[in-house]
Ligand binder design. Structure first.
Ligand code: AMP
Length: 176
């Protein structure tokens, strides 16, 4: 299955959750058994052989594919969550996103210096959420970090906020 076929399964919702936002709804893509199987295989082919030991998924749409990808890669899964959701000791980062302010947290013992981490989320818009997640993971002192998105809104240039040496990959791109 081609990326173009997967892209066709993403539904655009204009002016959601606020006017001016073109919301990319991935639920139709995940509704299809064939589509999620193909998506997980494309992701697995991309990241196998990199020695990834943990997939870090960002709440909440990073939890759709994150654990499935972790299982395929033989890696563990670590959630990055909104404040008040993780029960043990956490570290936190605050950030600005395409619409509104927010904060995210990770358990302070979730990663080790031996970990090779793939941070995964559904969508790159301004980059605020992933920059905060990247910063959390870096603070825990891991060996290497890869970044993956299902979707990238290229015109928002979220990539420019990351160091050049970090490999950032998005599967489905929108130019407007
Ligand atoms: P940002 O921090 O601006 O890169 O925003 C990325 C986060 O907000 C992701 O976790 C997305 O789930 C969500 N998000 C932002 N903009 C959109 C959009 N246009 N469509 C769907 N989700 C979005």
């Amino acid at each position: 299955m081609s990326i173009e076929t997967l892209k066709k399964a993403v539904r655009n919702i204009p002016d959601y959750p606020i006017p001016g936002i073109q919301f990319k709804d991935i639920t139709p893509l995940f509704q299809s058994a064939e589509h999620i199987k193909d998506l997980s295989e494309i992701l697995y082919e991309k990241y196998k052989g990199r020695g990834i030991t943990k997939v870090v998924g960002i709440e909440s749409r990073g939890f759709f594919m994150g654990p499935a990808l972790a299982i395929k890669l033989g890696a563990g899964f670590v959630p990055v969550r909104k404040p008040g959701k993780l029960p043990y000791k956490v570290i936190e980062e605050r950030y600005t996103k395409e619409y509104g302010e927010d904060a995210i947290q990770i358990h302070e013992d979730a990663l080790t210096p031996e970990d090779v981490v793939l941070i995964h989320d559904d969508l790159l818009a301004t980059g605020g959420t992933m920059v905060a997640a990247y910063s959390l993971v870096r603070k825990l002192g891991v060996k290497e970090i890869y970044i993956n998105f299902l979707i990238e809104l290229e015109e928002l240039k979220g990539r420019k906020h990351f160091p050049e040496e970090v490999e950032i990959c998005s599967m489905i791109k929108y130019s407007i």
